[in-house]
Structures are given as C-alpha cells and as structure tokens.
Design a protein around this ligand. Structure first.
Ligand code: AMP
Ligand code: GLY
Length: 425
C-alpha cells in the first residue's frame, strides 16, 4: 500500500506494479491515475487504525509512506507495532523534516555544511539579534515546525528581517509551527536535490535531480510545490556528488546515530551549491514531489527489493540500477495555482499522450467524475514525465505529451530542464 495522493505516489505505485514479486498495489487515498494503474482505497492517511484494519483484511504486508505529514505524526511507529513493514522513518527520525531546528542541531553536531543560525522562541530577542547584524545583511527566517512547504522567509535586509520576525513570532502567520524559529545566513548559488535511501547503516544515493519551485519561467513568480523536475542534474558533477556523500550524507547519518536516531527511509538533502561547494538548506524525510517522478522513470531495480532490503537492514547487498537516459517531468497546473483555482474540468487527450513512446503521465490532483471522466481536482494536476537520449530530448518528449493534453485553464512552465541543458553546453 502506498499512502498519499500525488504524482509521487502515482510514480511509486506504478513502479511497484512492475515488480513480479508484488501481487496487488493499493493507494490510499490515491487519485484518478493511481486508480487506473493500481487500486484506490478511500482511507485518510492519518487514520492509522483504519489503515491497519484494511491491511490485515487484505493481506497487505508492506506500506510505503509518500508525504511527510503522516510520517511526522508517527504512522511508521503505529503500523510497525501492528506487524506491518513500513518504508519511511519513525516519528523521532521524521523530525529531520518536522522540526527544522532538530535538523539544524543534527547538522551542527555532525559538522555538516549548512548556513550558520541562531534560534529563538520570542520576538524581542530575535529583534535584538537582527538589530545587532549589519543593516544590509540578507538572512532567512524559518519557522521550526511543518508549514506545508511555507514557513521560510528570505529577507534582503534588516527591515525585511524585522517584518519576517513579526509575521512568524508575533502574528503567528504559520501558527504553532512558529513557536520556535531561527534566523540563518542567506546562501548563494544554485539549488539541487540529492536523495538517498538508507536502512540506517548503508546509504544508497540516487542520481541528482533538480526541482523548479517558482511558478513561472526563469524562476519568477510565487513559490509552489514544484513545477517540474529532471534527473540527472549536471550541476551536481561527479566531484560535487562525492562531496555531497562524504561531507553531507555520511556525516548526517553518523550524527543521527550519535543522537540515537534510527533513520530508515529516504533522506532528501535540499542543497545550495556554490562554486562546487554544497551546503544543506533542509532535509526532507521522503521522496520529493516532483523529483520522485523522473527518478522512478529511470530506476531499473525492482523497488520491492529495495524496500525489503531497507526493512531487513541489508541495503548493502543491493546495487541500484538506473536507465542512463535522462528524464524530465513537467507539471500541468490549474489556472490560478498556487493561488485559488477551480476544480472539476474534464481533462482530455490523456489517451493520446499515453501512446507516445518513453512517456508516462503521472496524475497528481485528479479525480473521476460521475461519468468516469478524469477531471482536475487540485492545483498541480498532472506530472508529465518522459525519458530521452539527452536531457534536451527528454524535455522535448515531455512537452510533446503536454501538447496532447488540455483542460480549461491548464498551464505549465515552458522551461523545465533548461538550466540543466545550459549547464551541459
Ligand atoms: P527550505 O524549506 O528550508 O528548503 O526553504 C525553502 C526555500 O527557501 C529553499 O528552496 C531556498 O530557495 C530558500 N532558502 C532556504 N534557506 C535558504 C538560505 N539559507 N539561503 C538561501 N535561500 C534559502
Ligand atoms: N520537491 C520539493 C518537495 O517535495 O518538497
């Protein structure tokens, strides 16, 4: 069973259905696409007893958790106590994402490169600190807790920093997530994601990927959940990757051990890379969405073998195999996203897109209407993914599939993977 309902979960479910070792794949609650490739179950990701009951009744032995919210709420601990095999960290370990301060402390303890920071629980102390910094020094103010990808305010100067402290600590813009918060130095460079699967002892590092967080072309416009991704990311050269492994991932795992944190699952390092020197912006404790889609498209190894190896702590026995070809994922979104948007528009052209070679259209926010037609049901609706002989080719193939698909107000960024293509020239 896969827990979640986005493109990431569709990609994971699709990958599991390809395994000869797996008889049935359920997705809870899923979307229209997971209902086609697997079987949807209308369960709430936070109703742990109901998930256990369903798994027992339907002989489900393994549960893979997509999103961070159930992980931070302790789904792994609960399901494991009831005899299920769960892929995803326990509640304590999930704090690497659930508490940004917990993560910073683990990083500091392990001497992992990350921005210097100062932690606060009240506005006045933070204001005094901001006033003690140079007036034009940029910084980033971060709420400690989960804030659905928000909770981070990048500030160019002192007035912006003071305003950010007010929003988080006084106005409680992010609610209790801002009860503690910290201020860190602004890092310059380009961002990339390096994900690793770990059983707590061994790290299996996945090829690098890059997300596109801003809504519009050339990284302009408001922040989103991610408008596209590609893998591999040429920004992360083999040399940079070696540094990421030796200076970031391995010391992070050691620091987790030292602090008695048993981390098993996906360690997703959000990195800022400047002149080949990577620093950690944040850790997530799950696959990225949309980074998961190009990664699953390229993964050749049976994913069920990986999940079993993690549960049995024998990941060292597995060699991950990857399609050499790059993959590109373009997100198709509803008009108005990331602001307000309407739902329920019929999505046409999915069959035509499905006929294209080396293409897979993963669904995110979709549902079936009463006439069993696929309709838009979220902000990010589809994650159109393609392989290609080169990154440019993968981009071309993905956009050819995008061209087949239409619904009222549908839009996408036109420049997904361009940064990677430029980096190769
Ligand atoms: P986070 O959720 O911590 O990754 O922050 C969200 C986004 O804010 C990141 O993807 C970066 O674009 C930006 N950001 C966070 N921390 C920093 C930092 N120290 N320096 C520059 N940009 C940052
Ligand atoms: N792609 C960013 C995230 O999954 O958080």
């Amino acid at each position: 069973m896969i827990i979640g309902s986005g493109g990431r979960e569709h990609a994971l479910a699709w990958k599991f259905t390809q395994s000869p070792r797996v008889k049935r794949v359920f997705v809870a609650p899923g979307n229209a696409g997971t209902g086609i490739d697997a079987e949807n179950v209308p369960l709430n990701a936070l109703d742990f007893p109901a998930i256990v009951r369903f798994c027992k009744q339907n002989s489900v032995d393994t549960v893979v958790v997509g999103p961070e919210v159930p992980l931070c709420a302790g789904i792994t601990d609960f399901l494991t106590e009831h005899g299920l095999r769960v892929f995803g960290p326990n509640k304590v370990a999930a704090q690497m994402e659930g508490s940004k301060l917990f993560c910073k402390k683990i990083l500091r303890d392990g001497a992992v490169p990350t921005a210097d920071f100062q932690a606060f629980t009240d506005a006045q102390t933070a204001v005094n600190y901001v006033l003690s910094r140079e007036a034009d020094a940029p910084c980033v103010v971060k709420a400690d807790g989960l804030a659905a990808g928000k909770g981070v305010i990048v500030c160019k100067n002192r007035p912006e920093a003071l305003e950010a402290v007010k929003e988080i600590a006084a106005d409680k813009k992010f609610g209790d997530a801002g009860n503690s918060f910290f201020i860190e130095d602004l890092l310059e460079g380009e961002e990339a994601s390096v994900l690793a699967i770990t059983d707590g002892k061994t790290l299996a590092v996945l090829p690098p990927a890059q997300d596109h967080k801003r809504a519009y072309d050339n990284d302009e416009g408001p922040n989103t959940g991610g408008m596209g991704a590609y893998s591999p990311a040429p920004l992360v050269t083999p040399e940079v990757m070696q540094t990421v492994i030796s200076k970031i991932l391995v010391p992070t795992l050691h620091s987790l051990h030292k602090n008695d944190v048993d981390f098993r699952g996906v360690l997703y390092a959000g990195l800022m890379i400047n002149n080949g020197q990577p620093k950690v912006l944040e850790y997530n404790v799950r696959f990225g969405d949309p980074e998961c889609q190009p990664l699953m498209m390229r993964l050749k190894t049976d994913i069920s073998l990986i999940v079993d190896a993690v549960a049995e702590q024998r990941l060292d026995e597995i060699e991950l195999e990857w399609d050499e070809r790059p993959a590109c994922t373009v997100v198709m979104a509803s008009e108005g996203y990331p602001g307000d948007y309407k739902k329920g528009f019929i999505i046409r052209g999915l069959e035509d897109a499905a006929k294209l070679p080396n293409v897979k259209v993963f669904h995110s926010g979709t549902a079936l209407n009463s006439a069993a037609q696929v309709v838009s049901a979220g902000g990010r609706c589809l994650t159109v993914t393609a392989l290609g002989d080169s990154l440019a080719d993968a981009k071309y193939n993905a956009y050819e599939a995008v061209k087949c698909i239409r619904w009222e107000g549908a839009w996408c960024r036109k420049d997904i993977a361009d940064k990677g293509i430029r980096a190769q020239q």
